[in-house]
Design a protein around this ligand. Structure first.
Ligand code: FE2
Length: 317
């Protein structure tokens, strides 16, 4: 037998193995994007003596009408009986999503809630090179596609009693605790008006807890809320990095937040401690969805988070 056919057979075997490996990885990444999980986090920020409160943090649902399994999973979150819902945007990914999304959220809309919008609520998604997310931000924003029916969604949310925190502040009394909120429109699009929701115009200073809410956790927003004495900032947008290294290490956040804080509970500034002036808790949700054109995740499960707020200094379980 000549060496050429043997080499050709080896090449074919390697190519076949590579194709199998690639198909296996693609299958895994597509399954990971549908492996919804509930993460539970305890945050010690209530004044002493206040009863613990459950806050459901939803983000980046990116709903399309046919996503029945995701919508059923979202509907099931009402069983958690949260005291408060915080929705940090990117709910939509299709012009026909509002109805199915509102059906899924119906039980949660009976709960006190607040929301801000993300860029994907405003504009139809487009096909983009996924590798671009791993490259430095080129400043391009895709605001030239048709608008999604975000006004219908916002109207339904506010009609149900949720507070619209789009460059606004608001106050809610929940379970014996008064929350003062400050929120911004999507910083990824540069729509945030921080001067309108911080300082003298900021969240209710008589509230028991002050929360900052934003879609994209840009550092300028986190700095402004932390400096303005917010106890915590809640955000989404990062998708937790979406395509992570084994162990869940993010490579990117799609904003100027460093990848180490792409998801989960952290401090801001990162090296601050509770009680430090000008510092706050930061919770970043990895979100429940993806762009409909990039329906995969690697080592980064889609999530909703149940934050249990407990009094400061309470023993951690
Ligand atoms: Fe998103």
């Amino acid at each position: 037998m000549s060496p050429l056919p043997a080499a050709a057979r080896s090449l074919a075997a390697v190519t076949g193995a590579g194709a199998l490996l690639g198909a296996g990885l693609a299958t895994y990444a597509a399954c990971e994007a549908r492996a919804y999980v509930l993460r539970r986090v305890e945050v010690p920020l209530l004044p002493p003596g206040h009863r613990p409160l459950r806050v459901l943090h939803l983000s980046d649902l990116h709903v399309t009408p046919g996503q029945r399994r995701k919508l059923e999973w979202i509907a099931g979150l009402a069983d958690l009986r949260p005291d408060l819902v915080v929705d940090t945007g990117d709910n939509l990914a299709h012009r026909d999503s509002v109805g199915p999304l509102l059906d899924a959220l119906a039980p949660l809309l009976a709960v006190p809630g607040v929301f801000v919008m993300g860029s994907n609520d405003y504009f139809e998604p487009t096909m983009r090179n996924p590798v671009r997310y791993l490259l430095p931000d080129d400043g391009r924003r895709h605001t030239d596609t048709p608008q999604l029916p975000w006004r219908d969604l916002a109207g339904a949310f506010t009609g149900a009693g949720w507070l619209d925190l789009t460059n606004r502040t608001g106050t809610l009394a929940v379970g014996g605790t008064t929350f003062g909120f400050a929120g911004v429109d999507d910083p990824h699009l540069g729509y945030d008006r921080l001067d309108d929701v911080t300082g003298v115009a900021g969240a209710d200073r008589h509230a028991d807890v002050r929360l900052g809410v934003a879609h994209a956790p840009y550092l300028r927003v986190l700095d402004a809320f932390a400096t303005d004495d917010c106890d915590a900032v809640l955000a989404g947008h990062t998708h937790g990095g979406q395509v992570c290294l084994p162990g869940g290490r993010a490579l990117t956040t799609n904003c100027d937040l460093e990848p180490a804080r792409a998801r989960g509970l952290h401090r801001h500034p990162a090296d601050s401690r509770p009680g430090d002036p000008g510092s706050a808790w930061l919770h970043v949700s990895a979100g429940l969805g993806t762009s409909p054109y990039v329906r995969f995740r690697v080592a980064c499960r889609p999530e909703a988070t149940l934050l249990t707020l407990v009094p400061q200094g309470a023993p951690r379980r």
